[in-house]
Design a protein. Structure first.
Length: 133
């Protein structure tokens, strides 16, 4: 096979999703995090300036109609935002956004040194084929 596969990434949708996730209220102690909640380790201010380096602005298209588009805030770089958008697209491509708790547990076992749990014994099932007398 020659060439490479191309997956289009709709950056505007990914950015809208991310900015919506960043607006989620912090969960109270003991409450579960809402879907999409973003967990960040200690990053400096520059990281978050780059993560939020674009804003949705209205502008005229070639036909003269007003459209909404993502635009860079002057004086900022958006490398972190772009990396986050592509990471989100890659995660969706491999199905991470459809993982159930059991999938995450299996993945955690795979990367840890713990042995997998013993499977529960199954009761023997009757065959759907009947034996002739």
């Amino acid at each position: 096979m020659r060439g490479y596969k191309v997956w289009p990434v709709v950056g505007g949708i990914a950015k809208s999703e991310l900015y919506g996730f960043l607006r989620l209220d912090r969960p109270l102690d003991g409450e579960p995090c809402p879907p999409g909640w973003c967990h960040f380790p200690q990053y400096d201010d520059d990281y978050f300036k780059q993560l939020t380096a674009e804003q949705l602005v209205s502008k005229r298209n070639k036909r003269g109609f007003m459209v909404m588009a993502w635009g860079l805030i002057p004086g900022r770089e958006n490398h972190v935002l772009d990396a986050r958008v592509y990471a989100r697209a890659a995660a969706q491509l491999v199905g991470l956004d459809r993982f159930a708790e059991t999938d995450w547990a299996a993945l955690e076992r795979m990367v840890s040194s713990e042995p997998p749990p013993e499977p529960e014994p199954r009761a023997p099932r009757e065959s759907w084929l009947r034996r002739r007398g």
